[in-house]
Design a protein around this ligand. Sequence first.
Ligand SMILES: Cc1cc2nc3c(=O)[nH]c(=O)nc-3n(C[C@H](O)[C@H](O)[C@H](O)COP(=O)(O)OP(=O)(O)OC[C@H]3O[C@@H](n4cnc5c(N)ncnc54)[C@H](O)[C@@H]3O)c2cc1C
Ligand SMILES: *[C@@H]1O[C@H](CO)[C@@H](O)[C@H](O)[C@H]1NC(C)=O
Ligand SMILES: *[C@@H]1O[C@H](CO)[C@@H](O)[C@H](O)[C@H]1NC(C)=O
Ligand SMILES: *[C@@H]1O[C@H](CO)[C@@H](O)[C@H](O)[C@H]1NC(C)=O
Ligand SMILES: *[C@@H]1O[C@H](CO)[C@@H](O)[C@H](O)[C@H]1NC(C)=O
Ligand SMILES: CC(=O)N[C@H]1CO[C@H](CO)[C@@H](O)[C@@H]1O
Length: 416
Amino acid sequence: MESTSVTTSFVPFNVAVIGCGIGGLAAAIALRRHGHIVTVYERSHFASEVGASLTIAANGTKYLNQWGIDIIGARAIIVEKLIMRNWTDGTIRDVYDFNDYKTKWGSNYYMFHRIDLHEQMQLTAKTLGVNIILDHKAVNINSVEGIVTFDNGTSTRADLIIGADGVRSCVREQIGIMPQTKPCTSTCYRCVIPTSRVKQLNLKNFSNDHAIQFWGGFGINKIVVTVCSDSEIVAFYCFYPAAHNDRTEEGWNFSATSLMLRAPFPDLDPDLLAIFEHVEDIKLWKLVVHDPYPYWVKDRVALLGDAAHPMLPDQSQGSCMAIEDAAALALIFSPEHWGKNVHTIEHGLQLYEQLRKSRATRIQEASARARENLNERIGWSTKRNIDKSENIKIAKLTIDEINAYDMEAHLNTLIK
Ligand SMILES: Cc1cc2nc3c(=O)[nH]c(=O)nc-3n(C[C@H](O)[C@H](O)[C@H](O)COP(=O)(O)OP(=O)(O)OC[C@H]3O[C@@H](n4cnc5c(N)ncnc54)[C@H](O)[C@@H]3O)c2cc1C
Ligand SMILES: *[C@@H]1O[C@H](CO)[C@@H](O)[C@H](O)[C@H]1NC(C)=O
Ligand SMILES: *[C@@H]1O[C@H](CO)[C@@H](O)[C@H](O)[C@H]1NC(C)=O
Ligand SMILES: *[C@@H]1O[C@H](CO)[C@@H](O)[C@H](O)[C@H]1NC(C)=O
Ligand SMILES: *[C@@H]1O[C@H](CO)[C@@H](O)[C@H](O)[C@H]1NC(C)=O
Ligand SMILES: CC(=O)N[C@H]1CO[C@H](CO)[C@@H](O)[C@@H]1O
């Protein structure tokens, strides 16, 4: 990894990003902003996108702002508090207020509808001159030569290949990683309902609160409710014991019915159950726990986002970590470092793995702990008065740790 003393000036290179999710688009935008030539290949046609909410904490939104993504256009809601409610009657048990959040961390904590954010990121990418090619599923990678082959028989060559192809990554398999997984004891239904429909049906209106609201969460059962899309959509994540279904395949997109959704929750707050009769786009999300992978990079190939570190959704950090990964790659391959402290793609990717793997793994593990213990959830974890019964051996993940991280300083310690 030791470099020669040649001082090359900044030379942009060709990047092929596999997967046009939030992570792939973030990488494309961030690298393109430094002048690299970027093409994103996506297997689908984006015709059948499923709805869901995503939250992005300050250190993710900081980059969205820096990259010029239109947050207003993405119809973001600012998270103002966490609310903990009684499982059976919905009464408020505890509130964690974020009123000093922006002052403290410099940017907001946002809730987005995934599709709104995705759309704005596509717009930004296209404006910057990123080439997005749909209906191209990568099936084979030659990591040494930098060649990607697609299922339609065509192939392309790039200096750098980024595997941003999600939790069931093909690029990951192609660089020789076989995920070690265990079934999660929980499964999740997610669904949405338009606020207007809630009003029309005269059901209880949760859209007033710009909050992440939790029912349960001290065991497997947990319902998470958020508003997004300028408060026009209410989104639900409903966790219940995996034993209730016989799915074995990991995935986001298994259709389900309202009857299936209500079955695991007979004693839940009747207001929520009433809404569950009318929700739309109910999907079963089969959760799987991945052990951290042995490596993330090989030759000219790097993994990013869910392809590198799939995490349970319980810290709401999946998208934020994908955005940080993208920012890290762009920093390493920026005019400030590329050709100066970073001499080859391979060297840059080694730095990327060193920079990102420990932090992402820590958050991946904390997300798994928070699956069945709301006290591990950032926000609640910093609130002492509700920590009682558990004897926690591992330090909890805190808001400070998520938001007070300084990537540039960290990279400088690795370069020196
Ligand atoms: C349909 C969908 C729904 C989601 N819903 C939620 C949700 O409700 N809550 C939540 O927290 N997170 C959700 N996520 C995941 C969330 O977006 C990610 O955790 C986070 O944004 C990191 O994303 P990523 O870009 O790494 O992966 P992803 O968002 O999974 O994006 C991967 C992209 O790669 C494409 N792809 C896969 N294989 C190939 C291939 N071989 N060749 C080319 N392209 C390929 C996929 O079609 C997809 O567009 C969802 C993801 C998807 C795709
Ligand atoms: C989701 O599943 C439906 C069929 O149930 C399918 O038509 C659609 O293409 C899938 N969408 C995604 C994003 O995978
Ligand atoms: C929740 O509400 C139920 C019914 O009103 C009540 O019996 C129970 O004690 C409450 N639980 C907590 C933890 O406050
Ligand atoms: C494969 O994709 C290329 C590039 O978009 C396209 O030109 C070609 O027609 C496709 N080939 C087949 C066999 O579908
Ligand atoms: C729902 O929320 C709106 C917006 O704050 C509020 O004005 C309205 O009274 C609420 N509607 C119902 C049916 O509770
Ligand atoms: C990685 C990163 O950019 N971290 C920043 C997160 O936010 C805090 C507070 O604004 C900054 O000090 C960090 O540099």
